[in-house]
Every structure is written in structure tokens, then in C-alpha cells.
Design a binder for this molecule. Structure first.
Ligand SMILES: NC(=O)C1=CN([C@@H]2O[C@H](COP(=O)(O)OP(=O)(O)OC[C@H]3O[C@@H](n4cnc5c(N)ncnc54)[C@H](O)[C@@H]3O)[C@@H](O)[C@H]2O)[C@@H](O)CC1
Ligand SMILES: Nc1ncnc2c1ncn2[C@@H]1O[C@H](COP(=O)(O)OP(=O)(O)O)[C@@H](O)[C@H]1O
Ligand SMILES: [K+]
Length: 495
């Protein structure tokens, strides 16, 4: 159930269901019934105004209107556009509505306890303007609870962007599967509580559509997750290396190293300049420390082929030394996590980075928006949506891209992408990114493939923040991981 369908894929799911024998009006009846059920469960509602658009989203609204009127609600229905121009299933649904059809242009929100927003869904093709925009703006300003059908009208289902205007919903009812716009911001916020209704589309349509976008949830990556087994030993759980900056910036590597251990790496070695070694040696007894000042030191350390996953960038410094360290870390069988200064050191030189990481077994880069712009600005349009930007970047790099933020997107070069919706706002705190890089490295060290490790890392990071709660600082995140693991392993039946 982690698949997300963009509007074209959803239209294809509808078409396939119909080709395989389910009438369109049957799908619409179930969609409208699901909306009516959600409205009927709201407290203190007797007067419902349903705003219907000119397409099938409006058709769902007509069905919901009929069912709610049958259940005793006082329903007013207002249509945007001309009733005579309704076609197909929507025209059929409108015919069965026996009440008045008012003009949406003149709708007065004051008469309603609740508004159903059935103006536009998957068929939104351009920014709202004119009467449509005015109607949505009036609904948005009314302060009345809004139940959105499929999507808050004006939210783009593929991107989560607001096209012109959209009204905040208290609940949104979508059909069959969620859409990227339900998880990407600001769409996610505007949806309120999201419900997914089964309208009779068979799951088998997904075998035809083969969607490549997913919600970042355990079902996506749990089959590849390195749950420790009875026969395991610490070498089977991998040996990770964290490359540290100097004495005054070593805290970032320390956070990454702690996260790497807590994520389950069997051994973690910190490679640090002499001046920072005592601090690392004293920080956690479980860590090993080795002197690494420059690329030749790292090459020497990595002669031990068991050191298979390396994280670098946090607190490392920007410049030629860091670039050389990145080059020294690549090689057959190596897994790399590059963050922060390791990315900024390649600003404006994506090709240079792509050439360097081309030889690694799996590379994950974890830029925030600023680092992303510096690295991918030449190949990715800043105007494109977050999913497209992350995907384009992953292809250009030949590695997995984690584009961070409140709706972090993980994208692989083959087009797969996952959107996370579990990160709380208080995760935005100094050093949180260092912890994320460390968690991903810890998972790579245990043999998890790069895309799955990146996605799992992002999800675990968000869950750890939620488990700790408000007041969180980055140091708390690794310490919250064991609780998250306990729950995850219990749910997977492994504890
Ligand atoms: N049989 C099906 O295909 C089903 C569709 N369903 C519903 O149908 C919806 C999709 O229906 P449609 O594809 O008809 O699309 P919509 O009903 O979302 O919108 C399409 C209509 O809006 C107009 N429009 C688009 N952008 C506009 C803008 N910016 N300003 C003014 N008018 C604009 C289009 O010209 C068209 O008339 C889904 O969101 C869902 O609610 C459900 O009933 C389930 C079954
Ligand atoms: N508004 C937000 N809500 C939830 N998570 C956020 C938000 N803003 C940022 N984050 C997350 O916080 C972390 C910050 O990382 P980063 O920007 O690298 O900071 P730092 O360099 O201080 O560690 C990332 O995992 C990012 O996805
Ligand atoms: K809608």
C-alpha cells in the first residue's frame, strides 16, 4: 500500500478497472459514498453545502449530495459551470440528484455547518482563475470545516503545489491509493486528515502501471532491512568509517558516528586529524579511532577491505582536501554517504563528483536545499517540483539523492522515489542532518542496498524525533533509535 499514483497513473487505474468490467458510475458511486460517510461522522453537522466542479470530481459531489440528503442532512448543492455541459459519469450522477442546483459563483458559506469541496481533483490542468478562484477563496476564508474530495481543489496531485488558491481541509478522502500531492508540501498540510477509500479498483492494475513513487514507510524497505539474526556476528554487521573534521568541528562527526553505531553497524571507526583524536577517543567507548589527516591516510586505512561504508562531510571543511578525501573513499565494493561539506566541495562540479563516485558500489548524497542548489543547480531547474528535482539529480549523479526538508524525497537513478511524511518540525535542529548521514551509513554497512538504506534512514530519523518529542536536540536522536527499532522489529515479528 505504499504506492503513490500521479494523476495520469490514477486515470489509467480508473480506465483499467473499467476495461476489466467495473462501470465508471460504479466507481463514482463508491467514491461519493465514501465522502458521504466521512461527512456523516463529523460532529454537529446538519447543514451541508456541496460545491461541485465541471468534471468527475463534481460527479463524486453529486453522489455524496444524494446520499447525505437520504440520510436526513440538509444539503445545498452549488455547481461551477453549466449543468448542461456535464458529461459521462458526472452527468449521470447529476441526473440522479433531485434537489436544486445553485450557481457556485453565488454560494454563501454562512448557510453551512460544513462544506464539501468537490470542485477539482485529479483533472486540474492549470492555475485556478476567474470564478473558480473566487469560489475557492470564499470557501477558504469562510472558516467552515471543509471535506475535500480526492484533493483540496487547487492542489496539484502530482506535486502538492497550490495552483492559484486552495482551501484548508479538515479531512480529505481520496480513492484507491494516495497521490504524491497528498505527501508533498504544502499539499500534505492542506489535506488535513487523509483517508483512502476502496472504490473497487483491483490491486492488479498496479502490475500494469508499475508506479515508481512510494510513501516512505516500513513496507517499502523492511524486506531489505538488516534485522540481526541468531547466526550473525559483528563483522557480518559491517564496519563503517566516519571521517571527521578537526578539533573545532569534530562534533558533527561524533553525532554521525553515534548514529552509525545505534543504527546497527557492527564496528565504527572514526578517522580524524591528530588534534581531534583525543576527543573522539574519549567520547564513546564503543568507537575506534585512527589518524586521518588527508587522502593518503584514508587510503591506508581503507586497505582493510572490510571497511565497506564511509560517511563524510559533516564538519569536514570545504576545499581540495575534502575533495581528495572523497576520491580516496571510492572504489569497488565501497558504499558512501556524502553530506554537507563533502557536497559543497563539489559545488558547480557535478560531473567531477559523478566521475568520482561512479566507482563506488552505492552512493547516497544527503543535501538540504542549499547544498542541492550548489551541486545540481546546472542540471535541475529550481522551478521544478521536489520529486522531479530529486529524480533528475539522482540520474545526473548516478547515485541516490536524499533531498531533505519537511517532506524529504529519496530518489534513485532508476527513477524510484519515496516521500516521507513523518518528520516533525522540531527535527530541524543543528546537527540533525549529521545524524541522518550516520544512520544511513550504519544501514549501508550492514549490506542494505543504497535506495532502501536511504529511505529507511530517513524514516527512522523522523520516527526517532517523534519518539523523543519536542525539545529534541540532535544528540537525542541516536538515543531514541533503540525504542524505534524495538517497535519496528516487534511489528516485523522479529522480537
Ligand atoms: N471514473 C473515474 O475516472 C473516477 C473519477 N473519480 C473522480 O474524478 C476526478 C477526476 O475527474 P476529472 O478527470 O473529470 O477531473 P476533475 O473533475 O478534477 O476536473 C476536470 C474538469 O475541471 C476543468 N478544469 C481543470 N482545471 C481547471 C481550472 N484551473 N479552472 C477551471 N476549470 C478547470 C476541466 O476542464 C474539466 O472540466 C477525481 O479527482 C475523482 O474525484 C472518482 O469518481 C472515481 C472514479
Ligand atoms: N520543517 C521541518 N520539518 C521536519 N524536518 C525538517 C524540517 N526542516 C528540516 N528538517 C530535517 O532536519 C534535518 C536537518 O538537516 P540539515 O539541514 O543537514 O541540518 P544540520 O546541518 O544542522 O544537521 C534534515 O533531516 C531535514 O530533513
Ligand atoms: K476537490
Amino acid at each position: 500500500m505504499t504506492h503513490l499514483l500521479d494523476p495520469q497513473e490514477m486515470a489509467r487505474a480508473d480506465r483499467l478497472a473499467m476495461e476489466w468490467g467495473t462501470a465508471g458510475i460504479t466507481l463514482m458511486d463508491k467514491a461519493g459514498a465514501a465522502v458521504a460517510d466521512v461527512v456523516a461522522r463529523r460532529p454537529l453537522v446538519t447543514r451541508v453545502t456541496i460545491l461541485c466542479g465541471p468534471g468527475n470530481n463534481g460527479g463524486d459531489g453529486f453522489v455524496a449530495a444524494r446520499l447525505l440528503a437520504q440520510r436526513g442532512f440538509r444539503v445545498r448543492l452549488a455547481l461551477l459551470g453549466d449543468r448542461g455541459r456535464l458529461t459521462g459519469d458526472a452527468a449521470q450522477a447529476a441526473e440522479r440528484w433531485r434537489g436544486a442546483v445553485e450557481d457556485a459563483a453565488a454560494f454563501d458559506p454562512e448557510d453551512a455547518d460544513l462544506i464539501v469541496d468537490a470542485l477539482f481533483g485529479a483533472g486540474l490542468t492549470r492555475d485556478l482563475d476567474g470564478v473558480a478562484r473566487a469560489v475557492v477563496a470564499r470557501m477558504a476564508a469562510s472558516g467552515k470545516p471543509v471535506i475535500a474530495v480526492d484533493l483540496p481543489s487547487g492542489v496539484d496531485g502530482a506535486t502538492g503545489a497550490v495552483r492559484g488558491v486552495a482551501a484548508q481541509a479538515v479531512e480529505t478522502v481520496t480513492f484507491f491509493r494516495r497521490k504524491p500531492g497528498h505527501l508533498l508540501l504544502p499539499g500534505r498540510t492542506l489535506c488535513g486528515k487523509l483517508r483512502v477509500a476502496d472504490i473497487g479498483i483491483p490491486d492488479l492494475v498496479l502490475d500494469e502501471i508499475r508506479p515508481k513513487t512510494s510513501a516512505n514507510e516500513p513496507a517499502l524497505w523492511l524486506p531489505a532491512f538488516p534485522i540481526p539474526s541468531a547466526g550473525g556476528h559483528k563483522y557480518a554487521r559491517g564496519h563503517a568509517v566516519v571521517v571527521s573534521g578537526g578539533r573545532w568541528t569534530a562534533g558533527a562527526a561524533r553525532l554521525a558516528a553515534r548514529a552509525c553505531l545505534r543504527a546497527g553497524a557492527g564496528l565504527v571507526t572514526v578517522g580524524a586529524p591528530e588534534a581531534a583524536l583525543p576527543m573522539h577517543a574519549a567520547s564513546y567507548a564503543a568507537l575506534m579511532v585512527r589518524p586521518v589527516e588527508e587522502a593518503s591516510d584514508l587510503r591506508h586505512l581503507l586497505e582493510d577491505r572490510r571497511l565497506s561504508a564511509i560517511v563524510m562531510g559533516p564538519g569536514l571543511g570545504v576545499g581540495a582536501t575534502t575533495r581528495d578525501l572523497v576520491s580516496a573513499a571510492t572504489g569497488a565494493g565501497r558504499h558512501l554517504v556524502l553530506d554537507a561539506d563533502a557536497l559543497t566541495s563539489f559545488a558547480g562540479d557535478l560531473k567531477g563528483l559523478a566521475d568520482v563516485v561512479g566507482s563506488a558500489a552505492g552512493t547516497v548524497v544527503t543535501p538540504h536545499e542549499g547544498e542541492f542548489g550548489r551541486l545540481f543547480g546546472d542540471v535541475v531547474s529550481a522551478d521544478a517540483d521536489k520529486l522531479t528535482r530529486a529524480r533528475t539529480a539522482a540520474q545526473a549523479l548516478g547515485g541516490v539523492v536524499v533531498l531533505k526538508g519537511a517532506d524529504t524525497v529519496v530518489a534513485a537513478p532508476d527513477g524510484r522515489a519515496a516521500i516521507a511524511a513523518n518528520a516533525p518540525p522540531y527535527l530541524a535542529t543543528a546537527g540533525a542532518g549529521d545524524v541522518l548521514a550516520g544512520i544511513i551509513c550504519g544501514l549501508l554497512a550492514q549490506g542494505m542496498p543504497a535506495y532502501e538504506a536511504a529511505a529507511a534512514g530517513v524514516w527512522l530519523h523522523g520516527e526517532a524525533a517523534r519518539a523523543f518529542g519536542p525539545g529534541l536536540i540532535a544528540d537525542d536522536l541516536p538515543e531514541a533509535l533503540p525504542g524505534v527499532y524495538r517497535k519496528l522489529f516487534e511489528e516485523a515479528g522479529a522480537l
